[in-house]
Design a protein around this ligand. Sequence first.
Ligand code: ADP
Ligand code: MG
Ligand code: ZN
Length: 488
Amino acid sequence: MSEYEAVIGLEVHAQLKTRTKIFCGCSTEFGRPANSQTCPVCLGHPGALPVLNRRAVELGVRGALALGAEIRERSIFARKNYFYPDLPKGYQISQYEEPLAEGGGVPIECGGEATTIRLTRLHLEEDAGKSIHDGMPDSERASYVDLNRSGTPLAEIVSEPEIHSPRQAYLYLQRLRSILRYADVCDGNMEQGSFRCDANVSVRPIGEAKLGTRTEVKNLNSFRNVQRALEFELKRQIEILRSGGQVEQQTILWDASAGETRPMRGKEEAHDYRYFPEPDLPPVVCGEAFVEEIRRSLPELPAARKARLVAEYGVGADEAHQLTLEAPLADYYEAVVRAGAGGAAVANYVLNDLQRAQNEARRADDEIPLPAEHLAELIRLVDDGTISSSAARQEVFPEMYASGGSPAAIVKQKGLEQVSDESTLQVAVEAVVAENPDELAKYRGGKQGLIGFFVGKVMQKTGGKANPKEVNRLLRTHLDPPDSGDPT
Ligand code: ADP
Ligand code: MG
Ligand code: ZN
């Protein structure tokens, strides 16, 4: 890679969370029988007229504001003409020259360096239908079309070509999805197609200002596939340039099972689409009052929340980033802290033990079965020395996550209380010191590292239940010679 720079611009199609489609009253519900949610408008019957869904505009504006974009007072729908079986009208209604919003950005942190990937624009458009090539009895010779999705409202969010690695692309998508989900604009479900991404990719010699020829990679249906496809495509382009060839401007398809990209068609230019203003829809006008009302209704967004977690609870920036990607997880984190546990310890349990358990149980962040009070209580039991941290992690946490029982009850039932009582520990410490005169002499001769040996012996004697902090303290008073305070 060394003599070439990767240049990536991403186009994301985010489905807006409306109940009905953008230009008709058909439902947008996912997973219904094919073609059951259609009408003359979204089937493209001649003469059927589109009527703009106000909610789609509100959500588009909301998403744009959450991304720091500028809302244009006037935006225009256009017809983008092309033929495809899933597009019965022969054109897609999309905003082109005058989009809903311009500018804005997505902040990311990559390798400890914070940057903002700027956005070119956010515009509204309708989705196409879906061709079904497999799984039907006569799929050998026929394809089918499901038009339930035809006319579903989308916000297309276009980045500037300033993403420079697959990792940055991943972080950009992760944060963009998070912002749209916080703002309640898009559910971000990649499997159901409500958050889709096309990647424009080129490479150029380092130091070169002019952009290289790009390919546009389609069919990236998971964050992981975006990274893999970009890695593959960058390598392919660099190999072409190294061997003296030229990259062809193409639309290519990512084949996840083969792990490679395949050319699909020559990439079209804008003029191929014969864009012209949609005569059946008036301009969209977003007045200041309309925009400001939406701005006021926005919740705290990930960047602000992240900064607040760092300032209020003393968690590190990386942890705060992880905690704030999903609002329900951040809510849970704050609930545990409010229930009376230290911010750093809670972050640790939430990001490690809890997330591991959630993944294993295949639960989403809004279905955490563990009451916040229980996790707070567990952390307090460690803090006050009632149980060891390893007992908390290995024994109590999994049990309370699975059973819903309270940590105190589990500690009691499993007999995990540590022994911190001084007179009990004193007996064990004295016995261990008396039983190991050789080690005692070496320790006093300067081998301070032997403290670990003594701690281990005391733990053995107490069946692993002694409070190691207390044991350490008591051992020091027994091991250190009385005059050790003054080595002269
Ligand atoms: P279209 O895909 O409809 O042709 P644009 O020309 O507006 O649309 O570009 C779409 C995306 O491609 C944008 O995200 C832009 O940043 C990115 N892009 C444009 N040129 C390049 C390039 N040479 N290399 C990488 N990305 C590019
Ligand atoms: Mg494109
Ligand atoms: Zn319809």
